[in-house]
Write a protein of this length. Structure first.
Length: 522
């Protein structure tokens, strides 16, 4: 019997107060056809009401699409996610900030793990991930506004050791996006850059007596695909919805580079240029050959092309939490890798990270305070979410926060081998106290992690007293160019060194020589 149905027929099976789960990573794997049908049903029938959305990451093709389609009073009761829509004017973000809907922000790796716990009919997840951050119930418990009151995470102790216990959700409906299906519902993901835990979402729904519906681009005959390409098998799928015009991402209808169908040469253009390249090269100097290195959103994704320019791209294994291994990372649609060597499922990536296999990470930051705490999740009225940050920063042996010293109109230039501050930015990143504690500096030191902030003007190392300036860029006078841009007193190491002069130039041979013994192939 064929499982092909319409989008309206699929969403008609979502009842009041049900919990739905769906994949997505910014603009990938967005089940927009199904969410549009759900939105239309609510606007027409005022049903379903008071649903909960459990979203491991975030999903949208732009303003008003994806999870923004849930932003209607009465439709959505609760939103649980690791990240939130970042485009300006997002109605869902506005509802959360205005306290019109309950909202929880939990680490991405925790959410994927909770789906597996739910699928195994286990009560929840016991972990140290999130302790000492805003997720900790001794702080906010992941609650993002005053409307959110129920405790979904609690502190517990086993054999004298403290852990966080996250309660597993009971999933009623999983909405998936795949590329191909036969009439029985065997799903393959040929045109998707990632799989984003789709099998975990499906099992969680079925284990709880729920339903699984998938939107697909095309129908194919049975037994025309290799069984190894079937990510979600037919017995887990209740309905298949044809959506032939669904784009691969917000950036393009389909980009074969992102699936590995077309292999293109690695980038070797040394981007970015200027001060951003200075801080990336200085961060690279902290890395060592054969390390597994995670790259976060922002400046860090410039590392692969920079290493390609130096012919050092084989010195590291580059990973992002969404599954890609090696290759170049697409900036507007973070998470997709061009020329990847492998693509893993996110739950397995977080097992690696939480299991201590991550040697280093390059991450961005919005705020850092005098105690070594860092904020990336909520600041200056912006609701970002922690994403995979808490898992990553909690598991990496070396943490390199890569950022310009200030933001908002900062103008810093390279002139004759020196860094020159032409205009200071309006927004300070070194603040007295972070607005949201996404990273706990004290706990990182207790775990034995090496923690640094790398900027275009200097390198800070975290010690028991906070941030210590241990290196400074040529041309920078700390008392003139750094201290006035900080909201707490600058501490300078007695043996404060200067950045290697090579990283301020364009001589790739000199830079390679400087990196010798670190990333240099032998």
């Amino acid at each position: 019997m064929s499982k092909v149905i319409s989008a309206a027929q699929a969403v008609a099976q979502i009842g009041d107060r049900m919990t739905i789960t769906l994949p997505g990573n910014a603009s990938f794997m967005v089940v927009d056809c199904l969410l549009q049908a759900l939105e239309q049903r609510f606007l027409t029938e005022a049903s379903p009401k008071q649903i909960t959305a459990f979203v491991p990451c975030n999903a949208g093709l732009g303003l008003g699409t994806g999870v923004d389609r849930l932003a209607h009073r009465g439709l959505l009761k609760r939103y649980i996610a690791s990240a939130f829509p970042i485009h300006g004017g997002s109605p869902l973000a506005s509802m959360i900030l205005d306290g019109e809907v309950e909202a929880y922000n939990f680490p991405m790796g925790v959410l994927y793990a909770l789906l597996r716990e739910s699928g195994g009919r286990r009560p929840g997840l016991l972990t140290e991930v999130g302790m000492g951050t805003f997720v900790d119930p001794r702080q906010q418990g992941g609650k993002m506004n005053d409307r959110t009151t129920e405790d979904l995470v609690e502190m517990t102790s086993i054999a004298g050791k403290d852990y966080l216990f996250y309660k597993a959700p009971a999933i009623d409906v999983a909405l998936l996006k795949a590329t191909s299906s036969d009439d029985r519902g065997n799903l393959s993901f040929e045109n998707e850059p990632l799989t984003l835990g789709s099998i975990a979402l499906a099992i969680a729904a079925k284990a709880n007596g729920g339903k699984v519906f998938a939107q697909v681009e095309r129908l194919v005959e049975r037994h025309t695909r290799s069984p190894k390409t079937i990510v979600v098998p037919e017995h887990l799928v209740d309905g298949v919805v044809l959506a032939p015009d669904a784009p691969q991402s917000a950036a393009s209808r389909f980009d074969a580079r992102l699936t590995g169908e077309i292999r293109t040469p690695r980038r070797r253009d040394a981007a970015p240029q200027g001060p951003a390249r200075v801080l990336l090269l200085r961060a690279a100097g902290q890395l060592r050959r054969h390390w597994l290195v995670n790259l976060g959103v922002g400046a860090p994704i410039g590392l692969p092309p920079l290493l390609g320019w130096l012919n050092l791209e084989d010195g590291l294994t580059i990973s992002t939490e969404h599954g890609g291994i090696n290759g170049d990372i697409e900036a507007p649609i973070f998470g997709a890798h061009v020329g990847a060597d492998a693509v893993l499922d996110p739950p397995n990536v977080f097992d690696m990270y939480d299991g201590g296999l991550l040697d280093a990470t390059l991450l961005g930051l919005a705020q850092a305070d005098r105690h070594g705490n860092v904020n990336v999740s909520k600041f200056e009225g912006r609701l970002m979410g922690c994403g995979g940050f808490i898992n990553i920063s909690g598991g990496a042996k070396t943490i390199l926060f890569c950022t310009m010293l200030t933001a908002g109109g900062t103008d810093v230039a390279l002139e004759n081998g020196r860094v020159v501050v032409r205009r200071e930015g309006r927004a300070r990143k070194f603040v007295e106290a972070v607005e949201h504690q996404t990273f706990n500096g004290r706990q990182a030191l207790e775990r034995g992690q090496n923690v640094h902030i790398v900027t275009e003007r200097g390198l800070f190392t975290l010690d028991r007293d906070g941030w210590l300036l241990t290196e400074v860029a040529p041309g920078i006078v700390p008392e003139r160019d750094i201290a006035p841009a900080m909201s707490f007193p600058l501490r300078v190491a007695e043996n404060c060194r200067q950045y290697p002069s090579e990283i301020l130039g364009d001589d790739s041979t000199a830079i390679r020589r400087w990196l010798s013994g670190r990333l240099e192939a032998r």
